[in-house]
Write a protein that binds this ligand. Structure first.
Ligand code: UGA
Length: 475
């Protein structure tokens, strides 16, 4: 961002904004708000995480985040704290950005959200607007309200200020769901397609619309349940697009069509849109799998038969086996063969491996007795912690080291740096030059001309099935 591009939007006397939870959503949100000119206190009860953040080192990789963190630690507009109650007392606008992991039955676990609401209740020293940013099921806002009423008249806890009483100050609850993508979190914060504000009072609406006014984007104002549903519906719809194109991809392989060209052909229709039509090994990450399950659970709880979403999930789960079958088809027997894996993160631009498809591929190939040589530009430390190195799990320092003696390279994450690899060098290092591309990153002809046997997802052997249309030709 340009220096102070958005400052002067607020009067200097405005109270700091409080962001609770400094993870993949909380930290970019806190720093985004600081860049908009607000003073922000970011609190997290994980003391080690706060120590790192205070030292200018986020505990996860997100492009541009470290720079913005350092900038706003210096400007004094961002203050990290481990005392959540103190942060709540200092702010009147409070964003909830804590985790909402899933329970064994697929339901969202809202324990951390309730814990935050209790802290707010016990530290209600003036008007507070409590805003859900974490993805939560519809009617969570109603539960937050009840929790605050219940606990603001409860017994004080150690460390609380004795501010609360039976005549506790007013508060509002709002839903302002997050649509940030990991790897593009700051870009999405500053240039959102829309901001959704679910409110139940004029005061909450005014605060939120004023806060986001500098972003110059459509602001959709609804009630809280609608805003909560928008978030789940958006993630479910995007997951559905991915599963849809993955099935089209399977069909393309049967009839000799090219899924990339099909995606382009349908995506140019404004009603469909070109995004989230990249076929491959399926979606992963902390959000889509978990949010889809929570949405399915919500529908079931309310007696709504949304089996369409169960099918979306089922298709996605089958992608790993589909990919491993492709590897088998390429190599025949897998047992004992060294294979190189390019990419571990659930997608490019992040070091996040939560629900990454790569982990499932690793598990499946380990069961086949393969020797796996692994590389990712960002996600190696986290993967190593989860899957320690052995004589059959070898962490490498570059894609070329991965290729050394491998019988195939399997591309699992679409990192840009893989696109520019020296193909001749890779081929010469490999025992057998086979490339199985789970993300359709490479151009088939280029790879084959470089001497590889190439397998990708939903694409024919030659370019003949493609439309060959360029943006200019389609006008
Ligand atoms: C997703 C949503 O895109 C965000 O809007 C939302 O805020 C976020 O979840 C959340 O709920 O917090 P994210 O999980 O960071 O963001 O990643 P995406 O870019 O959406 O990708 C999700 C998965 O789908 C990845 O595994 C990706 O590789 C896969 N994908 C994506 C495909 O397989 N094909 C595509 O065409 C697009």
């Amino acid at each position: 961002m340009n220096d102070d591009a958005f400052s002067n939007q607020v009067s200097p006397g405005d109270a700091p904004i409080c962001v609770l939870g400094l993870g993949h959503i909380g930290l970019p949100t806190a720093l985004g708000l600081a860049e908009l000119g607000r003073r922000v206190i970011g609190a997290d009860d994980d003391a080690a995480k706060v120590r790192l953040i205070r030292a200018g080192e986020p505990n996860f990789y997100e492009p541009g985040l470290t720079e913005l963190l350092v900038k706003h630690l210096k400007s004094g507009r961002f203050e990290p704290l481990e005392d959540v109650a103190a942060a709540v007392r200092a702010g009147s606008i409070i964003f909830i950005c804590v985790g909402t992991p899933q329970k064994a039955n697929g339901q969202a676990d809202l324990g951390q959200v309730e814990a935050v609401a209790q802290v707010v209740a016990r530290n209600l020293n003036g008007y507070k607007l409590l805003i859900e940013k974490s993805t939560v099921p519809a009617i969570t806002a109603q539960w937050l309200k009840r929790t605050i009423v219940r606990y603001s008249s409860g017994k004080p806890q150690p460390g609380d200020e004795p501010a609360h009483s039976s005549s506790a100050p007013a508060f509002d609850v709002a839903s302002n769901p997050e649509f940030l993508r990991e790897g593009k979190a700051l870009e999405d914060f500053f240039h959102p397609n829309r901001v959704v504000c679910g409110v139940e009072s004029d005061r909450a609406r005014e605060i939120l619309t004023k806060l986001y006014a500098p972003l110059n984007c459509p602001i959709v104002v609804t009630n809280t349940s609608t805003a909560e549903l928008i978030k789940h519906a958006a993630n479910a719809f995007l997951s559905m697009k991915i599963s849809f194109i993955n099935m089209v991809s399977d069909l393309c392989e049967k009839v000799g069509a090219d899924v990339g060209a099909v995606a382009r052909g349908i995506g140019l229709d404004n009603r469909i849109g070109p995004q989230f039509l990249d076929a491959g090994i399926g979606y992963g990450g902390y959000c889509f799998p978990k949010d889809l399950r929570a949405f399915i659970h919500l529908a079931e709880e309310h007696g709504v038969d949304f089996s369409l979403l169960q099918e979306v999930e089922h298709i996605n789960q089958n992608r790993v086996e589909r990919f491993v079958a492709k590897v088998r088809q390429a190599l025949w027997n897998l047992g004992g063969k060294p294979l190189g894996l390019l990419g571990l993160a659930f997608k490019a631009g992040t070091d996040d491996i939560r629900e990454a498809v790569s982990l499932k591929v690793i598990e499946a190939l380990r069961e086949e007795g393969c020797i796996l040589r692994l590389y990712d530009p960002q996600a190696m430390p986290l993967t190593q912690r989860l899957i320690p190195p052995t004589d059959k799990i070898i962490y490498c320092t570059s894609p070329y080291e991965v290729a050394q003696g491998a019988h195939a390279l399997l591309l699992l994450t679409e990192w840009e740096e893989f696109r520019g690899l020296d193909l001749a060098r890779l081929r010469n290092l490999m025992e057998v030059p086979v490339l199985v591309d789970g993300r359709n990153l490479f151009d088939p002809d280029t790879i084959r001309q470089a001497g590889f046997e190439y397998f990708s997802m939903g694409r024919p052997d030659t370019k003949s099935a493609g439309l060959h249309s360029t943006p200019a030709q389609t006008k």
